[in-house]
Design a protein around this ligand. Structure first.
Ligand code: ANZ
Length: 939
C-alpha cells in the first residue's frame, strides 16, 4: 500500500497529544532517566534544519530509554527573555511579550511537526512571571548568603552576622570583595547602614563598582563572552570600558569547586579544557614592595614565578590601580594622565590580545626589590589588568616575554637569574626546568624547590605569602535593559534591600518607551508604577517615592543567563507555586543524565548553571552538586550558500563562468531563488526579492542560463542558506527528516546539508513499509521465522543497541537499511521479525512505526514496548567456509559445519574429492587445522 507519510504523521501527532503519551509521571518505582536539550531561544526566524539535529539525537535516546523501562524526563521550554525581541520593540513599539509569544507559537508548531517526544505539560518560559518569580527568589537567596571557606560552602548571611557579633573578622575565612578587619565591638556598635555596607562585601549577590564592557549603542553592559574583538557579539557595536555600580555574582567563590567538579563529568575534553582555562588557576605568591619616598604605600604584586624575584628590575601597575595617583610625581603627571585616557578606550580583551605593541608611562617613583635591594622604576602599562591578581606586577624581563618587550622599549635593565637562559632573545621564555644561579640560597635548585624556598623566605620576612589565584572573575549580573527579570531590590538611603519573598514575582512594569530614559537610567526608569511601598508591601506609583516608606526599585534587569541557570530544576516540578522544586522530586530526578547542545555555551551557561546548582545544594535545597552528568556537543549543519557576481559599481550581474572577465563582488542570494535543486538563478524571482535588485541586469551564459556560485557555510538566516524543516516534513515526512539528519554523519561533527540526499532515506522508509504489505494488503504471517531471518533481526539488535549507547546514530540508520534490504530479499513477512523490527526503528522514525504497530493489531502506543533483547545464539554461524591450502597456497574452499572439532574438520577435508585430486595420491606430511579459520595441508 502507498506510504502516505502526511496522513500517518498527522494521525499520530494527534494521538500523542490526545493521549498525552509522553507526559511523564513522577513515579518512583521505575528508574529515572533525564534527557535534556539546551534551552531554545525562540527567535523570529523560526527553526532551520540545523536546529533540530541535537533535538533528534536526544529524542532517539529518550525513546530508547523508555523502551528499556526507564521513566524518562524529556522536557522542553523557552529561554524567552532577551535582546532581539527588545530591539524589535524599540523599532516597532510592539511589546516584546507579543513578539515572544508569536515566536514561541511558531517554534512549537515546528517542533511538534518533527514528532518529538517532549512532555509538553512541563513547558516553562523564563519570561513568564510564574517562572521568574523563582529566578528572583534564587537571587534573594544569593543576596542573603556568603561563602565560608572553612566549611567550603555557601551559608546563610545570619551565620556571618553571628560571627561578627562574637568575634568581628577574627578567624573569618570568607570570600570577600575586600579584606576587612574589625572587632566584635566595632561591629556591634556600627550603624545599620555601615553593617549593610560591610555585608555587601560578602554577599554572593552584591553591588560594587566594577569596570564593565559598556555598549552605548545597545545601552547596556555586556558580559566578557558577549564581546568579540571589542565589539558586541550581537549587532557588532563598539564596546567601551566604564566604571559603574553593578550587581555581581560571586562565582569566584566557587572557582576551585567548579574546577574539581569537572573531573567527575562525562563531557567532551575540549569543553572541560575551556572551562579549566576560563577558571585559570595559578599558584604563586603575593609580595609587597616598598616605595621610595612613600612610606605609607606598598605595591603588592601577584607572581607565579617568585623564584625570579632577583631578576625583577622594574614594576608595572595597571593604569586603573588606585596607587597610580598617589605615587605619580608632578613632572610625570601629564604623561601618566594622557596614557590613562588612551587606555580607557581599549577593552580588556584588546589589551590582552595586543602583545606586540607595548606601551606605558613612567610614574616617576621607585620601588625597592626586597631581595636584591635594587631600585626599580615604577611604570604603568595596559598589559597589566586591574581585575587580575593585585593589578600590579614585578617585571622580570629576562624571563617574561611581555616584560621583556617593555624593557626593550623603555630601555630598562634585563637581568638573568636562570642559567639556561644564555641568550634571552633566542631562547624560549619557559624556563621552568632550568636551574637558579643568581642568589646564594637559590643556587642550583630546581624550579619547584626554588619556588617553595623563596615563598617561605617571603613569608618569614613578613612581606607576603604563597597564594592561589583564579583568572575567573565575578560575573556581572545587571543589564540596563527592559526584556529581562526585574531584580527584586529596593533602595533605602542608597542601600539595597530585598523585597519580601511573599511579594514575588516582582512583575516587569509597562513602559511607554523601551529605551533608556533621558537621565540615562535603564528603560525601567520610564515606568510609571515601579516603586516599593514598604508599609503596604506592594508596588506603587513612582511619583509617590518619598524615601520614607516608599522607595525606588532597582531599574536594571537580570542577564540572559539568569533564567537558564536553573531551568533544568524547574522541569522536575514545573507548576509548584510554593517552591522552585520540591526536594523529593529534585532527589528523584537528580542530575540530567544526558545533555545535548552547542559548544558555544562552554563557558557561559555551563559555568553559571553549575555555580547556581552548587549554591542551591550548599543551601540544602537539592542534593546533587553537578547538574549535567553527560554532555554532548552536536556539530553544526552547514548550508550551501548561493552567490551572484555583481559588476563593481553597477546593478549588473554576471553568470558564474563569465565572472572572471569583470571586476566583481560576491553577494549572497537566497537559496530559495534557485531553480529546483540546480545552481541556476530564477532571475525574475531575484528582481522581485529586494527593491534594490528590481532593475538588475544580467549577463547570461551561452545557453541562456544564469548560474550562481555555491559555497558551503554555516547554515544561518543571515547567509540566506537556510532550509526550513517544515518543507522537508511536507515532502519526506518528519520520519524522513529525522533519519536523514542522523544519517548525515557522526553527531558531533559538522556536516553539509544536501536536500537531494533525502530521497535515499525516503526510499528506505517505503521499503520498510512494504515489508508489511502484500501489494495493497497488510499481510504478516504467524509462521515461525527461519534461522536466517532471526539472524538478520538479531544482528540488527546487536548493532543498534551498541550504536545508541555510543551515540553513533548515523551507523544505526545504515544498519536499518541493510536489515530491511536483506529481509526484502528473503521475502520475510513474519510477525516475529517484523514486530520487533518496528520497535527497533521506532526511536528514529516514530510515526511510521506507530502506524505499523497498530496495523499489527496493537491498541497501545509502541513507545513503551520492551526493546528487543539480543539472543547471541542466532548469530552463531552454522557453517564456516574453510580455505584449504596446500603447501601454503589456497587451492580450494570447503563449507563445513561450525560445530565440528579439529579432528572432524580434518576427516571431512580428507574425504573431500577435490582435496584428493590436489593430493594426487600423496599422503600429507602434516595437516594443520585452525578451527573456524583455515586448513593447511603440507605434502
Ligand atoms: C613575575 C614573573 C616572572 C611572572 C616570569 C611570569 C613569568 P598567570 O599564569 O596567568 O596567573 N601578572 C600578575 N598579575 C597580572 C595582571 N594583573 N595583569 C597582567 N599580568 C599579571 O600569570 C601570572 C603572571 O602574570 C604573574 O607572574 C605576573 O608576572 C603576571 F618569568 O611575575 B609574573
Amino acid at each position: 500500500m502507498f506510504y502516505d507519510h502526511q496522513q500517518i504523521e498527522k494521525k499520530w501527532q494527534k494521538y500523542w497529544e490526545e493521549n498525552q503519551t509522553y507526559k511523564t509521571s513522577d513515579s518512583t518505582d521505575k528508574p529515572k532517566f533525564y534527557v535534556l536539550d539546551m534551552f531554545p531561544y525562540p527567535s523570529g526566524a523560526g527553526l532551520h534544519v540545523g536546529h533540530p539535529l541535537g533535538y533528534i539525537a536526544s529524542d532517539i535516546y529518550a525513546r530508547y530509554k523508555r523502551h528499556q523501562g526507564f521513566n524518562v524526563l524529556h522536557p522542553v521550554g523557552y529561554d524567552s527573555f532577551g535582546l532581539p525581541a527588545e530591539q524589535y520593540a524599540i523599532q516597532t513599539g510592539q511589546h516584546p511579550a507579543i513578539t515572544t509569544e508569536q515566536n514561541i507559537t511558531r517554534y512549537e508548531e515546528q517542533l511538534r511537526k518533527i514528532g518529538f517526544s517532549f512532555d509538553w505539560s512541563r513547558e516553562v518560559r523564563t519570561s513568564d512571571p510564574s517562572y521568574y518569580k523563582w529566578t528572583q527568589w534564587i537571587f534573594i537567596e544569593l543576596f542573603h548568603s556568603w561563602y565560608n571557606k572553612n566549611t567550603d560552602k555557601a551559608e546563610p548571611i545570619s551565620t556571618l552576622i553571628k560571627h561578627f557579633e562574637s568575634k568581628g573578622t577574627q578567624d573569618l575565612n570568607a570570600n570577600e570583595t575586600e579584606e576587612l578587619h574589625f572587632t566584635a565591638e566595632e561591629w556591634n556598635t556600627a550603624s545599620e547602614m555601615d553593617k549593610e555596607d560591610i555585608l555587601l562585601n560578602y554577599r554572593l549577590a552584591y553591588r560594587a563598582e566594577t569596570t564593565v564592557n559598556w555598549c552605548p549603542a545597545l545601552g547596556t553592559v555586556l558580559a566578557n563572552d558577549e564581546v568579540k574583538d571589542g565589539k558586541s557579539e550581537r549587532g557588532g557595536f563598539p564596546v567601551f570600558q566604564k566604571k559603574m555600580m553593578q550587581w555581581s555574582m560571586r562565582i569566584s567563590a566557587y572557582s576551585e569547586r567548579l574546577l574539581q567538579g569537572l573531573k567527575g563529568l562525562d563531557w567532551p575534553q575540549p569543553l572541560k579544557d575551556s572551562q579549566e582555562y576560563w577558571i585559570g588557576k595559578s599558584q604563586g605568591a603575593q609580595v609587597k614592595f616598598e616605595i621610595e619616598s612613600h612610606p605609607d604605600e606598598v605595591i603588592e604584586v601577584f607572581t607565579t614565578r617568585p623564584d625570579t624575584i632577583f631578576g625583577a628590575t622594574f614594576m608595572v601597575l595597571a593604569p586603573e590601580n588606585p596607587l597610580v595617583e598617589a605615587i605619580t610625581t608632578p613632572e610625570q603627571k601629564a604623561e601618566i594622565d594622557s596614557y590613562i585616557e588612551e587606555t580607557s578606550k581599549k577593552t580588556e580583551r584588546d589589551r590582552m590580545a595586543d602583545v606586540k605593541n607595548v606601551s606605558g608611562a613612567f610614574t616617576g617613583s621607585y620601588a625597592l626589590n626586597p631581595f636584591s635591594n635594587e631600585r626599580m622604576p615604577v611604570y604603568i602599562s595596559d598589559y597589566v589588568l586591574i581585575g587580575y591578581g593585585t593589578g600590579a606586577v614585578m617585571a622580570v624581563p629576562a624571563h617574561d616575554e611581555r616584560d621583556h618587550r617593555f624593557a626593550k622599549k623603555f630601555n630598562l635593565e634585563i637581568k638573568k637569574v636562570v642559567e639556561t637562559d644564555e641568550d634571552i632573545q633566542e631562547k624560549s621564555f619557559d624556563s621552568k626546568d632550568s636551574v637558579c644561579v643568581n642568589s646564594d640560597f637559590l643556587n642550583g635548585l630546581k624550579y619547584d624547590e626554588a619556588k617553595a624556598l623563596i615563598i617561605s623566605a617571603i613569608e618569614k620576612r613578613g612581606i607576603g605569602h604563597g597564594t592561589t589565584n583564579y583568572r575567573q572573575r565575578d560575573a556581572i549580573f545587571s543589564r540596563q535593559r527592559y526584556w529581562g527579570e526585574p531584580v527584586p531590590i529596593y533602595y533605602k538611603d542608597g542601600m539595597p534591600y530585598t523585597l519580601p519573598t511573599s511579594a514575588l514575582p516582582l512583575e516587569l512594569p509597562e513602559v511607554e518607551k523601551y529605551l533608556p530614559t533621558e537621565d540615562g537610567d535603564p528603560p525601567l526608569g520610564n515606568a510609571k508604577t515601579f516603586a516599593w511601598d514598604e508599609v503596604n508591601q506592594k508596588v506603587v506609583d513612582t511619583d509617590l517615592i518619598d524615601e520614607k516608606t516608599i522607595f525606588p526599585l532597582e531599574l536594571s534587569t537580570m542577564p540572559g543567563w539568569a533564567g537558564s541557570s536553573w531551568y533544568f530544576l524547574r522541569y522536575m516540578d514545573p507548576h509548584d507555586e510554593n517552591v522552585f522544586v520540591k526536594k523529593d522530586l529534585a532527589d528523584y530526578w537528580g542530575q540530567v543524565d544526558l545533555y545535548i547542545g552547542g559548544s558555544e555555551h562552554a563557558t557561559g551557561h555551563l559555568l553559571y548553571s553549575r555555580f547556581w546548582n552548587m549554591f542551591l545544594k550548599d543551601r540544602g535545597y537539592i542534593n546533587h552538586n553537578e547538574p549535567f552528568q553527560k554532555l554532548i556537543n552536536q556539530g553544526m549543519i552547514l548550508g550551501m550558500s548561493a552567490f551572484v557576481y555583481r559588476i563593481e559599481g553597477t546593478n549588473k550581474y554576471v553568470s558564474k563562468n563569465l565572472a572572471k572577465e569583470y571586476e566583481t563582488q560576491q553577494i549572497h542570494v537566497d537559496v530559495s531563488l534557485l531553480k529546483g535543486t540546480s545552481d541556476e538563478l530564477d532571475t525574475e524571482a531575484f528582481k522581485a526579492w529586494r527593491p534594490d535588485f528590481a532593475d538588475a541586469e544580467f549577463i547570461f551564459e551561452e545557453d541562456g542560463k544564469f548560474i550562481t556560485e555555491r559555497e558551503v557555510e554555516k547554515m544561518s538566516k543571515s547567509k540566506y542558506n537556510v532550509v526550513n524543516p517544515d518543507d522537508i516534513c511536507e515532502e519526506y515526512g518528519a520520519d524522513g527528516l529525522r533519519l536523514y539528519e542522523m544519517f548525515l554523519g557522526p553527531l558531533e561533527q559538522s556536516k553539509p546539508w544536501n536536500t537531494q540526499g533525502l530521497s535515499g532515506v525516503y526510499g528506505f522508509l517505503k521499503k520498510f513499509w512494504n515489508l508489511y504489505f502484500n501489494g495493497e494488503v497488510f499481510e504478516v504471517s504467524d509462521e515461525e521465522p527461519t534461522k536466517a531471518e532471526y539472524k538478520v533481526l538479531h544482528t540488527l539488535i546487536k548493532k543498534v543497541v551498541y550504536d545508541i549507547e555510543n551515540f553513533s546514530f548515523n551507523t544505526s540508520v545504515s544498519s536499518f537499511m541493510i536489515a530491511v534490504n536483506e529481509l526484502q530479499k528473503i521475502k520475510c513477512n513474519k510477525r516475529n521479525i517484523l514486530e520487533p523490527l518496528s520497535v527497533i526503528i521506532s526511536p528514529y522514525a516514530p510515526h511510521i512505526c506507530e502506524e505499523l504497530w497498530s496495523l499489527l493489531g496493537h491498541t497501545t502506543s509502541i513507545e513503551f514496548e520492551k526493546f528487543p533483547v539480543l539472543n547471541e545464539d542466532y548469530l552463531v554461524e552454522d557453517e564456516i567456509e574453510y580455505p584449504i591450502s596446500i603447501n601454503g597456497k589456497t587451492k580450494h574452499k570447503l563449507a563445513l559445519s561450525a560445530q565440528l572439532s579439529a579432528k572432524e574438520v580434518e576427516d571431512s577435508v580428507m574425504k573431500d574429492e577435490k582435496v584428493q585430486q590436489f593430493l594426487e595420491g600423496k599422503t600429507p606430511k602434516k595437516i594443520i587445522v585452525v578451527p573456524g579459520r583455515i586448513v593447511n595441508i603440507v605434502i
